[in-house]
Design a protein around this ligand. Sequence first.
Ligand SMILES: [Cu+2]
Length: 117
Amino acid sequence: MMLVNIAGFLLIAAIVWWFWLYKPKQAALGEDALVIIVENGTYQPSHIRLSSDQAATLTFLRKDESPCAATLLFPDMEISENLPLNQPVTIALPPMPAGEYPFHCQMQMYRGQLKIE
Ligand SMILES: [Cu+2]
């Protein structure tokens, strides 16, 4: 009986962790301006949730010296930006319909995704 209780408790703990506590490098655009750090081969955060049909601005801060990281592309929006080292760059996104839109560096080593919902 005790064992069943423990197993049940562990299961609940796992469910709570999975659904509420575990957030894989994801962020939503809140009140504060969202800053995405470009460093060590990743965008941090790399998955960004936005509301559909609402313009948004994202700020990118590149800390990676590799020249490839300097180019930021949003292929679906035909946005191509140059990110100078250690200087925040603000990107204005037009209102977009719901969907998933990738963004990446020149050679797609850095990858991220906008999730519009
Ligand atoms: Cu690259």
